[in-house]
Design a protein around this ligand. Structure first.
Ligand code: C2E
Length: 949
């Protein structure tokens, strides 16, 4: 607020202006009322004057009637004929009037006289002639009562008519009249007023043409006619009469028009003119005096009030200025400023200013406390606000960043709000949100109906929450599984009930569940159904067939030698082989058939559309055929055949489990009969297999029960016939079946993974036996121990050999390990390193069963071996099969060139012995010298040999 503005609005000026306005107003009103009163008094005064003047005029007219009556009564009494009886009384009267009328006229008392007979006929007239109604004259004559009347035409005449009684008899009527202006001149002589008479004039004529009046008579006419003309020009004519004020030559005149009594309305008016300038001047003088007195009073009052209010206003001005300090919080400064007022002189006692100062001080203290409180609360509120903002931001952030769909909707599913995640998932933007409906996102009609009924129940309070699952397709068509929680939103704005729906994207969990579901029924490697699923399908198929003339066939397929491939080439190659094998089997069956992986290298095929067993055999043959081609897995060419077992519903079982079991049994029968073939379930062979199974169970216990034995077969130098070595061959002393040879349980041990503990037992036992024989003085020789393929591959091989030597104390050069040719050649990366180590350790390594597998002579020189054992199958054909003889010869020649010793197995005859000696075979093993013997028998054999030597 600038200074000028504040000064203009200051209290000082406001009071001044208010006082001026009030005082001037009061004074003005007083002057106005005074003026009005003066005017009213003047008006009343003028009315009285006018009334009295008019009354005076009327009185003069009335008095003149009286004189006329006297004159009329006097005339008949004057008899100038001295009783002339020759003339009638009326004629006599007429003569008298003739003689006297001039005298009457000169005195001014009569201006006209008319004489009528008894029939109202005029018999004589004198002076001005005016028309008198005959009826009036006749009435005067008849009633004998005088008549007085005023007639105004071009002039105004007042007359009196009386009946005339002459000679004691009513003779006629005498009328005497006089002009009215006589009255005016009479009055004028009595008063200073100007008086006139105006009459109605013919149209447009007369001095006052505007008003239709002419001036009959007027005192001081030369001056007053001008005034009357001016009035008629500038004022409206009032037929009932009235007064007019006009100014002329600095004088004010009042002109009164008053209707003349006794004349028809508008016929004639008295005019009274009065100079009222003196009265008006006096009124104005009075008003001026009031005004001057008022202005003087106002000025005096203002000066006195200014002096009186000077201090209080200064106080209020200062207080008003200082109060602004309160708004800026300068409470102490404010109180300090007010201190000067608190200490002021109070001789006249305290007044409102002291109360105001006290109140202001109290107010400032109160305000200061309030300010402190407000500051404190503001601080607290600010902190709360910040906390709330933080909380709100956090909640908003949660809402917007949480990977949850959070929406509000009405009970019809019309969306009211959707968070950012929801908008992205539901492919909504701000525009489409208003039109979007949650129900549209539901895929099935039942879901929509269920949703509507659920929202209804929530709104009605029948449920506090509802959980549903739905599938949502996003903008690009990706499927999302959502788990929803719907609750009624409390305190929702407006009348519309709202539902809060929180949707969690459980697609990953659902996928995992579906994956688990799938995994529960499928094999992840081959992606084919697993055993469970197969079983379920098979039972369904059986149920369909039951009671009908149709069959269901089950093929149980096992890959031959898969274990070898797996062990030798690794699991990765094995897995790939399984996949390719799955495809090959799949290619051989129809889409309506079902291929499942039972586990490991076992598969099963459900044939639901076979007519009989032959149909199943055809499929089995196709599968066998498909596996005749080698597999190429990476760089490996692998030949894997299959063994297939077939069972048929209802011939081989009434339920799925039985059918599978019997197909499995048939598969083992196929295995037993040489693999790479199919077998139809055979009850007899099933029994055998059962026995084999129970043998396996016994074998598990055999090692702990010490039921295993070692037999020893000597190896004899071909030239000297001296025993140079011995091969340890395991036997099983079965509790019920008796002594079992190794081919009855070694394959079983390999199958049942018992070959490692069995092999380690043999190794330990053989080393201890050899060391025991050495201790008792038997000649030094090598103890040959067979190693199964699994043993060589096993990580414990080196350790178990070292432990056997260490435990027994046998020297390494007394131990010979026989490894099968096939295994060594197929898995050189597994075997060569270990065998090299063992050979460097001083152990002799022999290649067993040479010639039975993938014999590769060129390969021999790369292997770390010292000896080669020619298989009995070749030796037995010496002398029988030239081919085998040639092979033996070639093998011996090659071994000689490679520096390898050759051991011939299964030598039974002299011919065989000789052939081998002749071809340079160094060591002979076979029944020719000795069968495998128990330890004691072997010792006896050695002793007897020594004795012969
Ligand atoms: N008809 C005939 N047979 C002869 C003649 N000379 C030796 N034999 C037999 O030929 C087999 C030689 O053992 P192999 O080739 O290592 O063949 C062995 C070997 O592969 C395996 N085997 C035996 N003991 C063990 C062992 O402790 N561990 C392992 N892994 N395999 C063993 O069992 C196979 C068979 O062993 P055995 O039944 O003891 O049969 C022995 C032996 O009795 C003969 O002149 N005529």
């Amino acid at each position: 607020m600038d200074g000028t503005h504040r000064k203009f609005l200051s209290l000082r000026w406001k009071i001044f202006i208010l006082l001026v306005v009030v005082l001037v107003g009061v004074q003005g009103m007083y002057a106005f009322f005074s003026l009005s009163q003066l005017n009213e008094q003047f008006r009343q005064q003028r009315e009285q004057i006018n009334e009295s003047e008019v009354a005076r005029l009327d009185g003069s007219v009335e008095a003149s009637y009286q004189r006329l009556l006297e004159a009329a009564e006097l005339l008949p009494l004057i008899d100038t004929s001295q009783e002339d009886h020759y003339i009638s009384p009326l004629a006599r009267l007429s003569q008298t009037i003739n003689l006297k009328f001039d005298a009457f006229q000169l005195t001014g008392s009569v201006n006209a006289a008319y004489l009528y007979d008894s029939k109202a006929r005029m018999v004589g007239f004198w002076g001005e002639k005016v028309h008198i109604s005959e009826a009036d004259i006749q009435r005067v004559f008849d009633t004998e009562r005088p008549l007085r009347k005023l007639i105004c035409n071009s002039i105004c005449l007042r007359y009196v008519a009386i009946p005339i009684q002459l000679d004691g008899k009513k003779q006629g009527v005498l009328m005497v009249g006089r002009f009215l202006y006589d009255v005016i001149y009479e009055i004028k002589q009595q008063t200073a007023l100007d008086i006139g008479l105006v009459l109605q004039a013919p149209e447009g004529a007369g001095e006052l043409g505007n008003w239709g009046l002419l001036i009959n008579s007027l005192t001081n006419r030369s001056q007053n006619q001008e005034l009357l003309e001016e009035v008629s020009l500038h004022h409206r004519f009032k037929p009932e009469g009235g007064s007019y004020v006009l100014e002329n030559n600095g004088h004010y005149y009042e002109v009164l028009f008053s209707p003349l009594k006794g004349v028809s309305e508008g016929g004639a008016y008295w005019v009274i003119l009065d100079d009222i300038s003196g009265h008006l001047l006096s009124i104005r003088q009075s008003l001026m005096n009031y005004l001057l007195l008022g202005v003087g009073g106002i000025l005096t009052a203002l000066i006195l009030l200014s002096l009186l209010l000077q201090k209080p206003i200064s106080f209020f001005t200062l207080l008003a200025e200082e109060l602004s300090q309160l708004s800026s919080g300068e409470f102490s400064q404010f109180r300090h400023t007010l201190a000067q007022f608190r200490n002021r002189d109070k001789t006249l006692g305290e007044d409102e200013r002291d109360l105001l100062v006290k109140s202001a001080v109290l107010l400032s203290e109160q305000l200061e406390r309030l300010q402190d409180e407000v500051d404190e609360r503001t601080d607290s509120l600010e902190k709360s606000r910040q906390a709330l903002t933080k909380e709100r931001d956090f909640l908003f952030g949660l809402l917007e960043t949480a990977p949850l769909v959070i929406i509000t909707q009405n009970i019809k599913g019309q969306l009211r709000s959707v968070n950012h995640f929801g908008q992205q998932l539901m492919d909504l933007d701000g525009k489409s949100l208003r039109k979007a409906n949650f129900i549209d996102s539901l895929q099935r009609e039942e879901e929509r109906q269920e949703f509507l009924s659920n929202t209804q129940r929530l709104v009605e309070g029948l449920e506090s929450e509802v959980r549903t699952d739905s599938v949502l397709l996003d903008g690009v068509g990706n499927r999302h599984d959502l788990s929803w929680l719907h609750v009624r939103l409390r305190n929702s704005q407006g009348d519309e009930p709202l539902i809060l729906s929180i949707g969690m994207d459980i697609s990953d969990r659902k996928r995992a569940e579906r994956r688990l579901q799938w995994l529960a029924n499928h094999d992840p490697l081959t992606e084919r159904p697993n055993r469970l699923f197969f079983m379920s399908c098979m039972n369904d198929a059986i149920e369909k067939c039951r009671g009908q003339d149709s069959h269901v066939a089950v093929l149980f397929i096992d890959l031959d030698r898969f274990k070898e491939v797996n062990d030798s080439l690794g699991h990765s190659v094995g897995d790939k082989l399984l996949k390719v094998a799955t495809r090959r089997i799949s290619d051989c069956i129809r889409d309506s058939d079902l291929l499942a992986r039972q586990g490991g290298d076992e598969f099963s095929v459900l044939l639901t559309s076979v007519r009989d067993l032959e149909g199943a055999e055809v499929v089995a043959s196709k599968i066998l055929q498909a596996f005749q081609q080698p597999f190429w897995i990476g760089e490996y060419e692998i030949v894997v055949t299959v063994s297939i077992g077939i069972s048929l519903f209802p011939d081989h079982g009434a339920d799925g489990a039985t059918l599978i079991k019997h197909a499995d049994v048939a598969m083992f029968q196929a295995k037993d009969s040489g693999k790479n073939c199919y077998y139809i379930y055979d009850v007899e062979k099933d029994h055998q297999r059962f026995e084999r199974f129970s043998l396996g169970a016994d074998l598990r216990k055999a090692i702990q029960n010490d039921e295993l034995l070692l037999y020893y077969q000597p190896q004899v130098d071909a030239i000297s016939n001296r025993v140079v070595g011995v091969e340890a061959l395991v036997r099983w002393q079965h509790p019920t079946a008796g002594l079992l040879p190794p081919d009855r349980f070694i394959p079983l041990a390999e199958e049942l993974d018992l070959i490692i503990p069995l092999g380690e037992w043999v190794l330990r036992e053989a080393c201890q036996q050899m060391q025991a024989w050495i201790r008792i003085g038997l000649p030094k020789m090598t103890m040959a121990v067979n190693l199964a393929g699994q043993q060589i591959a096993h990580e414990r091989l080196i350790k178990s050999v070292e432990e056997a030597l260490a435990d027994s104390g046998l020297s390494a050069d007394c131990l010979e390990l026989e490894v099968t040719e096939n295994f060594v050649i197929q898995q050189p990366e597994v075997t060569v390193g270990k065998l090299t180590y063992l050979r460097e350790r001083g152990i002799t390594l022999a290649m067993d069963d040479f010639g039975t597998g993938y014999s590769s002579l060129s390969y021999l020189k790369k292997l770390p071996i010292d000896r080669l054992k020619i298989d009995r199958s070749f030796v037995k054909d010496i002398g029988v099969d030239r081919g085998d003889e040639s092979i033996i010869k070639a093998t011996l020649a090659m071994c000689h060139s490679l520096g390898l010793e050759v051991v011939a197995e299964g030598v039974e005859t002299t011919e065989q012995l000789n052939f081998l000696r002749e071809n340079g075979c160094q060591i002979i093993q076979g029944y020719y010298f000795s069968k495998p013997l128990p330890p004691e028998a072997f010792m006896d054999y050695i002793c007897s040999q020594k004795a012969q030597a």
